[in-house]
Design a protein around this ligand. Structure first.
Ligand code: ATP
Ligand code: MG
Length: 399
């Protein structure tokens, strides 16, 4: 019987004059996430977003399933509830409440459920207080089920909670609140470019930045023919998964092998990894300027591997004149793995394929590089910038 999805946000509500912009962005993203369904209306109402069928009929079970599986990917949303929308009138609210809750009570499998009603009243002209509404609705439910069918438990431990929100223009009744990821709607901050490898960390980094409102393009480096096609295919799968959380993001695929050969032939072995990383950043910077991306994002986590020591991160960051966002810098690997699992990228990242960084990898990489020394190493490659420009110019774009 659910004819509405009531969507709640948190951080957007703290915004001042530009709150409308965030709300419009959220509405647009919800529409995009539900684009496979036809005849759906998404509208803003003070402090909430409503999703309904344009004919105002209840959603079908299939529609509800799609909506639930899509809205859990909506940044900016705190939670949402499949709900029944009614007029702001106890005579209308009461029978709906009784029907919804009675069904839940009667189908409770494990003995007598603990039940409660949680009412919120933002409509201050409504004659009943929240407490009054709760008492009224518990009675209505008891009348429908019989008083011996449930116990009353006002705590969070209740087995069944009937929610009721009485607002100025409408009231809603609902039995569950489904958590969404929170954050800010993607698109309310400028577009950025994530350096996406086949590892566990960089997809999580991209996701966290998308969660702060910035849509992501991606760039990945492979080293064909030294790495197999699977190296790129894996990153394509990761990018496709991440794109489920935003409207669109292009994956730029770059072949670093020519540069890696130049490093192998001209530079000190121990600097190879940092030199690769600096080149990746510079190519990403060139591509970002073309694609109007305003920052670079990496999955660096302090001290995780040799290339992520403080001096090496400094040397790598110094290679570009662009903001570098490292959202995982203080995150433990285990926390990162948990997030990757939640996002749905872990399973893809766990497939072992050769990584571009391991091509001609030094047996003992330098952990404390200095930008000046690296510049001297780079000067040993006569056509350093031409190689980078050529790689940036020969990208394959995959959307
Ligand atoms: P990840 O799990 O994200 O690969 P990692 O722990 O393996 O990270 P590194 O291999 O040192 O760490 O890479 C650090 C960061 O550099 C990555 O998070 C990613 O942003 C970027 N990076 C590394 N290799 C590549 C690549 N082949 N293509 C694009 N970006 C890369
Ligand atoms: Mg890696």
């Amino acid at each position: 019987m659910y004819n509405c999805i009531i969507c709640r946000y948190h951080e957007i509500a703290t915004k001042g004059n530009n709150r409308g912009m965030f709300e419009r962005c959220l509405v647009e993203n919800i529409r995009h996430l539900l684009k496979s369904l036809s005849g759906i209306r998404v509208s803003r109402v003070r402090g909430r977003v409503r999703v309904e069928r344009t004919d105002n009929a209840p959603f079908t079970a299939e529609e509800l399933q799609v909506i639930k599986s899509q809205l859990v990917k909506c940044f900016g949303l705190e939670n949402f509830s499949p709900a029944v929308i009614t007029e702001v009138d106890m005579e209308k609210i009461r029978p709906v409440a009784a029907e919804l809750a009675a069904e839940a009570v009667n189908s409770f499998a494990d003995g007598k459920p603990a039940f409660r009603v949680r009412a919120r009243r933002s409509n201050k002209r409504f004659p009943l207080t929240s407490k009054d509404i709760e008492i009224d609705l518990v009675s209505a439910v008891a009348e429908k089920t019989g008083t011996d069918k449930f116990t009353i438990d006002l705590s969070n431990a209740a087995d069944i909670t009937l929610g009721c929100e009485v607002r100025d223009e409408f009231a809603v009744l609902f039995m569950e609140s489904i958590s969404a990821p929170g954050g800010l709607p993607v698109g309310c901050n400028p577009r950025v470019m994530t350096l996406l490898s086949g590892g566990i960390d960089s997809p999580v980094a991209a996701w966290l930045i998308m969660k702060r409102g910035s849509p992501c393009d991606f760039i990945t480096f492979h080293s064909a023919p030294y790495t197999p096609p699977e190296t790129v295919e894996k990153v394509q799968r990761v990018a496709a998964k991440l794109n489920e959380y935003q409207m669109w993001g292009t994956l730029c695929i770059a072949n670093l092998s020519e540069f890696q050969k130049a490093v192998r032939d001209n530079c000190k072995e121990k600097f190879r990894t940092v030199l690769y990383r600096r080149a990746m950043m510079r190519i990403a910077e060139i591509v970002s300027r073309h694609r109007k991306c305003h920052a670079l994002v990496t999955g660096d986590s302090l001290g995780q591997v040799a290339s992520q020591t403080v001096p090496n991160m400094y040397s790598v960051g110094k290679a570009v004149d662009m903001l570098v966002l490292r959202p995982l810098v203080g995150t433990d690997k285990l926390d990162c793995i948990r997030l990757a699992e939640e996002i749905g990228t872990l399973e893809i990242s766990n497939v072992q394929v050769p990584d571009s960084c391991t091509v001609f990898a030094p047996s003992s990489p330098c952990t404390a590089s200095e930008p000046e020394i690296l510049e001297q190493e780079e000067a040993k490659i006569p056509d350093y910038w031409q190689i980078l420009e050529k790689i940036a110019g020969n990208l394959e774009e995959w959307a």
